[in-house]
Design a protein around this ligand. Sequence first.
Ligand SMILES: C[S@@+](CC[C@H](N)C(=O)[O-])C[C@H]1O[C@@H](n2cnc3c(N)ncnc32)[C@H](O)[C@@H]1O
Length: 224
Amino acid sequence: MAGQFIIECCGEVISFEEVKKRSQAYESHDLKDVYIISVDGNDFIDSTRKGSFARFINHSCSPNCETSKWIVSGETRVGIFAKQDISVGMELTYEYNFEWYYWGANVRCLCGAANCSLFLGAKCRRFREYNHVWEDGDDRYIVVDLPVYDSTDDESTPVISGTSGGNEHTKILNDGEGSTFKLEPTNSATKKSQRKPKLKALLQADVTNTSDDKDEDMEEGEAT
Ligand SMILES: C[S@@+](CC[C@H](N)C(=O)[O-])C[C@H]1O[C@@H](n2cnc3c(N)ncnc32)[C@H](O)[C@@H]1O
C-alpha cells in the first residue's frame, strides 16, 4: 500500500571522515557495491558489514519505494516506504540519488526502466562534469569512453576482514537537480583525458520527507 513503512536502513553510523577511510579500504578489497547512505551530510549509515535487509534493495530509475528521514526520540532514522501498491514477489527498489565524491568506474544501471539514466549517479553534477561533454546549444550529454563496472559480473559476495557476507560501499550525496537527459555512447575524439579511477560514488537516502518527532517504532531497532 502506498506510504506503508517497509524497513529501516540500519548499519554502522559513521562520520564523513570515517566514510573516506572505509571507502579506501573497501576499494582496496575490490568491493564494488556501495552500501553507505548519507543521512544528512554529517552522519552516514554503513551497512557493508552489518545492517538490516534494506542493504539489499537495489536502485531503480522508476522505483516502487522511497526513503524518508524520521526523527524518532531525537534521533534521525531512515526508512524505506512504499510509493505504490506492491504485489507479493515484486522487487523493492528506490532511487539512490547517487553522488560522486571521487572519480571511479561507472556502474551501468540495470533497472530496465523506460526512463533509465543508464548509469548509477548519472544525474549528479560530478558525474556529468567528468563523463560528459556539453554540445553547443544542446542540453544533452555525450558519454565518452568510460570504464564500466557491471554488478552482474560479480559471482560471489566479497568477505571483508573476516566477517561474513561483506559487501562494499563508498559514498554518496544527493544532487538535487533531478533533470532528465539522454546519454549517447560515443567514441568521440572530444573525450576528456582519462583520470585514474580511485574511489566510487556514495549513495544517499532521499531525504525529501522528514517527519519530525514521530515516536514511531520502525521495528528494526537502532542502527548499530
Ligand atoms: C546497497 S547495494 C544493493 C544490493 C546489492 N545488489 C547486493 O546484492 O548486495 C548497492 C549496489 O548494488 C548494485 N546496484 C544496485 N542497483 C543497481 C542497478 N539498478 N543497476 C546496477 N547495479 C545496481 C550496485 O553495485 C550498487 O553499488
